[in-house]
Design a protein around this ligand. Sequence first.
Ligand code: 13P
Length: 309
Amino acid sequence: MPLVNTKKMFEDAYKGKYAVGAFNVDILTQCQAALEAAEECNSPIILSFSAGSREFFHPGNIKEILEIAAKDIHIPWAIHLDHGASFEICKSCIDEGFTSVMIDASSYDFEDNVRITKSVVDYAHKHGVTVEGELGPCSKRDDPRFKKFTDPEMVKEFVERTGVDSLAVSMGTKHGLAKFEEGEEPELQFDLIAEVEKMLPGFPLVLHGSSSIPDEYLHIFNDNGGELKGTKGVPEELLKRVARTAVCKINIGTDFRVAFVGGLRMSLNEKKDKFEPRNFLVPARQLSKQLVKEKLLNVFQSANKIAKM
Ligand code: 13P
């Protein structure tokens, strides 16, 4: 049952050269799928709520509900706010028991991002909660590469001034179904990661927009009436490589949703004379759990890396 913050999770992942999976959830059934998958793989896991999914799930009582749901879970798990847009939303989540929050002030200029992020860090650390910041492609250098990706020198300054526990940086991915242009070769900025590793040894980075949109799940979705088109995800080979670097948290939203809704679509198609919700939710839970297990075992390499608590 250990609901934890991400500090030790990331220290262990950094040393052990694997990444912790963070899966975006909307409903309890998805949380159960992810927690069971992690328990079976003996991997740590992060359940990630956007402000919208928190609002939908049950604001105020998420921790209590999940602690009951996780009473037989022995691996370390965290409840995380994804892309918190203000100090206020981060504070609400901290006050109601989230163990990790992301403050995303990356749309502000550097100085405001530092100020807002630091205010969240100061509050969160008083409550034992870890903080992820985000630093987009602001640049001190003339090198055009740093106009598109985060400048590692700015990472050092940002981390030192804010005290964040981990940082999301732009290293080549984006959220959603189409991460690369037609004909574009998918790549990630491994030199950027290596530069940060040199400047800030032991500091954990976070990769957002990391879904691969595997064919198996896309087919289930589309063969059952779905219409997801123009998809281009991050190849698993790149994610496997990145999991062995300073990137200690890999975020999966799209793949987890596609698998869950694919399972719903398939069962709705197959069981036209049924109307009990569990006839549809059980296959959705199974398919999304299978996806999480595949990621933990084969991509993030986090399976069997922790001692059970
Ligand atoms: P994907 O939707 O690409 O998996 O990204 C999720 C994410 O980064 C959430 O912050």
